[in-house]
Ligand binder design. Structure first.
Ligand code: BEZ
Ligand code: FE
Length: 286
């Protein structure tokens, strides 16, 4: 008996009818439906699908404890950001969320409010001040602000083999009784996502660049509120409109102000020009 194309698709969808987990059944049936529609729409050849299978196999081989090429694939196809946008609390007036990325660690040093997290990272000095508030503007005292960023060479500490487990340009800070926090760091620069694997090859073969606009990552937590995972991007960066992982949202572009030599807002005597950034983070109730 020869199946029509539609009958093949329907048979594959129906094969999941007996799944007892309704969510798994929905996801698998929808996946088959859309995969088949994709093959039909592109008139995908068997050779092309074999190339696709080889690409996915290479993506798996690129993964280890610290490198997750499948997440990079999800990021560069815009799927990670779509899921973030579908599930964040923006509609309720909270600060917009964006992708976590692969460079967050669980061993950032605890730092005092106002301290310097640079620890030898190259770059121009940057004074960051911020406030953590509720969606109706009330300060959240003792909120945990987890911050991490690349340096002026576009590298995270974990990408520098020579640093081993030394941590720099990352830290954990608590807000004060007014919901305020501050720290000194370096001005972040744009950087390319890892390009030495199959995802990098995919970007190259399709004429896409691998760059992310300069940003600082923030993960903000306070009891009773949804954790916020976001970044603040550097105003004026050339990649703001073409972030390779689609993570930019206009509300997350911060004003980075340049300052001449002199006294900074916290009284620090600056012997070279420096930058400052101020941003308010609003958390949504759980
Ligand atoms: C990051 O910003 O750290 C990042 C996000 C997605 C992919 C690669 C890097
Ligand atoms: Fe990043």
């Amino acid at each position: 008996m020869k199946f029509s194309h539609e009958a093949i698709t329907q048979a594959a969808i129906d094969s999941f009818d007996g799944a007892t987990n309704p969510r798994l059944k929905l996801i698998m049936q929808s996946l088959v439906k859309h995969l088949h529609a994709f093959a039909q729409e592109t008139q995908l050849t068997e050779d092309e699908w074999m190339a696709g299978i080889q690409f996915l196999t290479a993506t798996g081989h690129q993964c280890d404890d610290v490198r997750q090429e499948f997440i990079l694939l999800s990021d560069t196809l815009g799927l990670s950001m779509l899921l973030v946008a579908m599930h964040d609390g923006t509609q309720q007036g909270a600060t917009e969320a964006t992708v976590l990325g692969p460079f967050h660690t669980h061993d950032a040093p605890a730092i005092q409010n106002g301290a310097d997290i640079t620890n030898g990272a190259p770059g121009e000095p940057l004074h960051v001040t911020g406030r953590v508030v509720t969606t109706d503007g009330k300060p959240l005292a003792n909120a945990l602000v987890d911050v991490w960023q690349a340096d002026s060479e576009g590298l995270y500490d974990v990408q520098r083999g020579e640093l081993k487990s030394q941590r720099r340009a990352r830290g954990l800070i608590h807000t004060d009784s007014h919901g305020k926090f501050s720290f000194w760091t370096v001005l972040p620069e744009a950087y390319p996502v890892p390009t030495d694997g199959p995802v990098g090859q995919m970007l190259l073969n399709t004429g896409r660049h691998p760059w992310r606009p300069a940003h600082i990552h923030f993960m903000v937590k306070s009891d009773g509120y949804q954790p916020l995972v976001t970044h603040i991007f550097r105003e004026g960066d050339r990649y703001l409109d073409s972030d390779v992982v689609f993570g930019v949202r206009p509300s997350l572009v911060g004003k980075f102000q340049a300052h001449e030599i002199g006294k900074a807002a916290d009284g620090r005597d600056m012997k070279k020009p420096y930058w400052s950034l101020d941003y308010e983070f609003a958390l949504q109730k759980k």
